[in-house]
Structures are given as C-alpha cells and as structure tokens.
Design a protein around this ligand. Structure first.
Ligand code: BYC
Length: 326
C-alpha cells in the first residue's frame, strides 16, 4: 500500500508533462491554433497523422473510380471538367501529405503503408463506376458528403490541416455542383437517361452515408478528437446534416432515394433514414469491398510506372543544388 502510494507520487518529469498537457488543453479550449513547431502531446500528433494520412490516401485513391471515365465522357466539355476534377483530387492529396509532413510523417512512408495495404482510405472508393451517371452521383453525393465533413475541419485546432481544408472545400463545392448538373441533365433527359441516374443514386446512396464513419456509439476516436477540436461534430450529426441537405435535392431532380423508411420528423424537420448496413461497411474497410484489390493494384502499378518521373525530379533537384553551390 505504502509502496503503491510512493509510486503514484508525481515525479518532476511527469509533473512537467502534466503542466504541458494542461497548457495545451487550455490553448485548445480558447480556440488557439496549434502550429507545427508548438509542443503537442504525442497522441494528438498520432491522431492527426492517422486522420490526415487516411484523408490524403482517399483523395489519391478517389481519382481512380472517376479517372476510369475520362476516356468515355460523353462530350469534350464533360471530359475537360472531369479531367480538371480528377486533377484537383490529386492536388488535395498533395496538400494533405504536406500537412502530414509537418507532423514528421514522410510522404514516402505513408505511401508505402498505403501500397502495402496497411493504411485505410475512405470506404466509398471501393465501389465500381458502372455508367456515366455514376460520375454525376459521385460529384453530387460523394463530394457533397465530403464537403459536409470537411467544412468543420477548416476550424480544426491544427493550423496546417485547417488551412489545407479551406482550399479543398472551395474546390469540392465546384465538384458537387458539377455532379449535380450531370444528374440534372440525365434526370430531365430521356427515360433511359433518367433510369440511369436513378440506378446510380440507388447504388451510391447507402455507401455515401457510410462515408461519415461508424455510428457515434461505435466511434472509437470521436470523444478524444472532439476534446482536441479536431472534430467539431460527431459522425451521426454530420450524417444527419447531409441527409437533410440532400433529400430536397433528390426531390428537385425527381429521383427517389432508395430508403423505404425515409420520413420527415414533424417536430425537428429532420429526415429520418432507415438502418445502415454496418456489416457491409465493416467488410469494405477490412479490404473485402467490390474494388479494394483493384484499387490497390492500380495504385501500385501507377507508382511503379511513375518511378522514372521521381528519379528525374530528384536528379534535376540535385543538379540545381550543385549549380547553386558552385
Ligand atoms: N472509410 O472512430 P471513428 C474524399 C475508420 S472524401 C474507411 O469514427 P474518426 C474525396 C476510422 O478511420 C473522404 N474507414 O474515426 C471526395 C477508424 O479506423 P482507425 C475522405 C473509416 O477518425 C471526393 C475507425 O473506422 N475524407 O477524400 O474519429 C472525391 C473508427 O472510426 C471510415 C476524410 O478522410 C470510412 N468511411 O472519424 C475524391 C475526412 N469511417 O483509424 C476524394 C477526414 C471511419 O482506428 N476524416 N473509418 O483504423 C474524418 O473526418 C474522420 O477520420 C472520419 C472518421 C469521420 C472519416
């Protein structure tokens, strides 16, 4: 008993840490931004590296389902817009890897984790893009869900991540409108085009709701991330905001959401949705979704085929350095 009490006495070392922790939380509570060179708890750094790297990987893998339609876009205008969108996603990935680098996580190490299948990326990108309408549905729903999740991240306590999100959100809102416009063209087009739009909505609706993560009762990281003001809203809160914003848009398009239980709550005005298939979500993030293998194989192939570009860039950079030194 006595020995235990002695062990529990604070040592100078952990007293100092406790003080740093308390100061850190005070800064967070007063909405101060944490910057790369500031002291931060190791767990805060690890949480950010986890979230930012998963986010970066999602942007990079997210190019694949849409990239598959660049050669098949129905007009030059559609092709140019899709090409620009996919290029934007690549840029988002790069800002995010740069934000992770400020936390001492190298881009190469994060990339290796992705290609070895050890890193997570958003579940949504493991579904196939089967028709042109899927490109509309992705822009409308997937970018729409991404914006709902990312607008609060512009106020994240970690400065480099928050600032990256501001630009990302501006670009995502163009993408969302571009997707909605594709859906509107199809929904107001021929019966076959409308059926194609409806089919895409049927397939992308539930996976889009899963993008917000597990229900609050199962979310492992939410409480701590909320205390650190990395997260400002819970997974279920953001999911509800997304459903409330999207139902009137579907009605405007004249399309039906594939949920027989969808109904508006008379008191709150919220749209109540049916049961999400969480078993499907778990399978997809465990690597067993319809396209997980394919996505990783494509990423590895692109990485291998791009080796000469990285080597050329490194050789060029080395030459510039030696020229300046001479
Ligand atoms: N897919 O405790 P939880 C985009 C994981 S948009 C896969 O609630 P947290 C784009 C979670 O990582 C998509 N995994 O976690 C749009 C955790 O696993 P670990 C990317 C998921 O972090 C258009 C576990 O489940 N956006 O890029 O508090 C075109 C427990 O979850 C998913 C972002 O990444 C999922 N859907 O909350 C192109 C936004 N959901 O790490 C590209 C930033 C959860 O313990 N991220 N998991 O192994 C976030 O806001 C949060 O990380 C989440 C999850 C809301 C996603």
């Amino acid at each position: 008993m006595y020995t235990q009490a002695l062990n529990d006495l604070p040592t100078p070392h952990n007293l100092e840490d406790a003080e740093k922790m308390a100061n850190f939380q005070t800064r967070i509570d007063s909405e101060d931004r944490i910057e790369a060179n500031d002291w931060m708890p190791e767990a805060y750094r690890r949480t950010l590296v986890r979230q930012i790297s998963q986010h970066a990987h999602s942007e990079i893998i997210g190019q694949l389902p849409e990239g598959a339609w660049i050669t098949r876009a129905p007009s030059l205008r559609r092709k140019a817009a899709l090409l620009a969108k996919v290029q934007d996603e690549c840029g988002h990935g790069l800002y995010l890897y740069a934000a992770a680098e400020t936390l001492n996580a190298s881009r190469e190490a994060l990339m290796d984790q992705l290609m070895e299948g050890k890193a997570k990326y958003s579940s949504i990108f493991n579904y196939p893009t089967m028709t042109w309408a899927d490109i509309g549905a992705i822009g409308w729903l997937v970018d729409g869900a991404a914006i709902m999740n990312q607008i609060p991240l512009c106020r994240c306590s970690y400065g480099p991540y928050a600032r990256a999100m501001i630009r990302v959100c501006k670009e995502e809102s163009f993408h969302q409108r571009q997707g909605f416009e594709i859906m509107m063209t199809l929904a107001k087009g021929s019966a076959r085009q409308k059926a194609m739009a409806q089919d895409a909505l049927n397939r992308w609706w539930w996976p889009s709701l899963m993008m917000f993560g597990p229900p609050d009762t199962d979310s492992q990281h939410s409480d701590q991330s909320t205390r650190w003001k990395i997260k400002r809203f819970s997974n279920d809160e953001l999911r509800q905001k997304f459903v409330d914003a999207t139902v009137p848009q579907a009605q405007f398009l004249g399309l039906t959401l594939p949920d027989p239980d969808l109904r508006q709550d008379e008191v709150t005005g919220n749209w109540m949705y049916g049961e999400i298939d969480w078993e499907e979500f778990k399978q997809v993030i465990a690597g067993n979704g319809p396209c997980n293998q394919d996505r990783l194989a494509s990423r590895r192939k692109a990485h291998e085929e791009g080796a000469w570009v990285r080597e050329a860039a490194a050789a060029y950079a080395a030459r510039q350095v030696s020229r300046h030194a001479a």
